[in-house]
Design a protein around this ligand. Structure first.
Ligand SMILES: Cc1cc2nc3c(=O)[nH]c(=O)nc-3n(C[C@H](O)[C@H](O)[C@H](O)COP(=O)(O)O)c2cc1C
Length: 397
């Protein structure tokens, strides 16, 4: 299956290494960054959510109206809206974008950050609410008849939406989290399950946990898997490692002058993170700096495991091969974001994406040929013979 690439749709040029140069919502930069993704071969961009950050939904509508192909992944926290209202916002956005919307439902991994917008539930309760919320949104998208809902968190009667999504039966549902409660909720409801980049072995464990949760929920399909990294690329390995060390130095320097940055991002940077995903990143960083082909953990350690923070360091060829290792593991969507958001989106799109796509096309063609040969001979012998000639990493289940 073709691989997809997810980039970032920031509303200003600030990052972990650089203070933003203008307003939190910089309209020109927002468009320039999204356009660079569209022009350089990316499939989709994530509009993230933070309590104090610009509202991503109208920002996404702005981009959708200006660009033709780029797809949108809109982060949304259930606590900030009623599900019927949100379903209409999403359906309208799917109309504006001619069917390019996927919604990323965020449960919230930090109590203090959630309480900033009035959410005082525990994390376990938040996951239960998210699950109920997603079900309501799905029903509101697809139901042509008025319906009632009597749930733990929501209760309403006689609702039917007059605005339909373009995508039928409905837009995609994306979900992230690394706790057991996250696997259970996302395994049951998500079309796309998002993970932060970890070593291959740990990623494989998480993929299995998501698949187990999907099966436990009675599904016959499984969510597509997305994994996120911070690539640091340069023309030679040596230059890439120099850049990596410079990057981590800049992150540490910027975290040293903390306060302003916290308000810019709108997300609390807790000393000890409450969310399992960040705890895993810190434990992995503690256990080692380098994993597999190119994974480098000091960027995660320097940010306190703040979200997508593990780097892939090397030449475009090395980073492309590292990404292919994840594809071979069963990852369908590769998410990447640099530290110079605009420049890195262009460089990655120009130098890494074509390499990965080309290799994925070769692997897919080889697999299709092996399957056709199997059908012709009526046995698995042809596939077995083909796989015997492949490096182990090329064997994708
Ligand atoms: C790819 C991805 C993107 C995310 N985007 C956001 C975001 O924009 N805002 C936010 O508050 N949380 C975001 N999260 C956090 C999760 O949705 C979730 O609330 C958190 O990871 C729960 O923690 P857990 O690992 O303990 O289950 C994101 C997670 C992933 C994997």
């Amino acid at each position: 299956m073709p691989v997809e690439f997810l980039g970032i749709a920031a509303t200003n040029d600030g990052s972990e290494t650089t203070p933003r140069s203008g307003a939190a919502f910089d309209k020109d930069y927002t468009l320039r960054l999204a356009r660079a993704h569209e022009d350089y071969g990316w499939d989709r961009v994530l509009f993230a959510y933070g309590s104090g950050s610009p509202d991503p939904a109208p920002a996404a509508a702005y981009i959708a109206a200006r660009l033709d192909r780029l797809q949108i992944l809109l982060a949304h926290r259930p606590n900030v809206s009623y599900p019927t209202f949100a379903a209409k916002t999403f359906a309208t956005l799917d109309q504006i974008s001619d069917g390019r919307l996927t919604v990323h439902f965020i449960t919230g991994g930090n109590d203090h950050e959630q309480a900033r917008e009035g959410d005082i539930l525990t994390k376990e309760e938040r996951y239960a609410r998210t699950r109920e919320y997603i079900r309501i949104v799905k029903q509101a998208w697809t139901s042509h008849e008025p319906f009632d809902h009597e749930g733990q968190y929501y209760r309403f009667h006689d609702f039917v939406s007059d605005v339909r999504p373009v995508q039928q039966p409905r837009p995609g549902v994306s979900f992230g989290g690394s706790s057991a409660a996250a696997y259970a909720a996302g395994g049951a409801e998500a079309d796309i399950y998002c993970l932060w980049g970890e070593p291959l072995e740990r990623t494989a464990e998480q993929i299995e946990a998501v698949k187990d949760a999907a099966r436990a929920a009675g599904r016959t399909d499984v969510p597509r898997i997305q994994v996120a990294f911070r690539p640091i690329i340069a023309p030679t390995e040596e230059l890439a490692w120099e850049k990596a060390h410079r990057t981590v130095g800049a992150i540490r320097a910027r975290r040293g002058s903390a306060g302003a940055r916290r308000h810019e991002s709108g997300v609390t940077v807790a000393a000890a993170p409450e969310n399992t995903g960040s705890q895993r990143l810190l434990a992995i960083a503690e256990a080692g700096e380098r994993y597999d082909r190119a994974l480098w953990t000091p960027t995660a350690a320097a940010t306190g495991g703040a979200g997508n923070s593990n780097a892939l360091v090397g030449t475009p060829e090395t980073v492309a091969q590292a990404l292919l290792d994840y594809y071979d593991l069963g990852v369908d969507i590769l998410s990447a974001r640099g530290y110079d958001l605009l420049g890195d989106a262009v460089d990655f799109g120009r130098h890494v994406i074509p390499l990965v796509r080309e290799e994925v096309a070769k692997r897919d063609a080889a697999r299709a040929a092996a399957t056709a040969a199997d059908r012709a001979t009526g046995s698995g012998a042809a596939r077995a013979a083909h796989l015997a000639q492949q490096p182990l990493a090329a064997v994708r289940g």
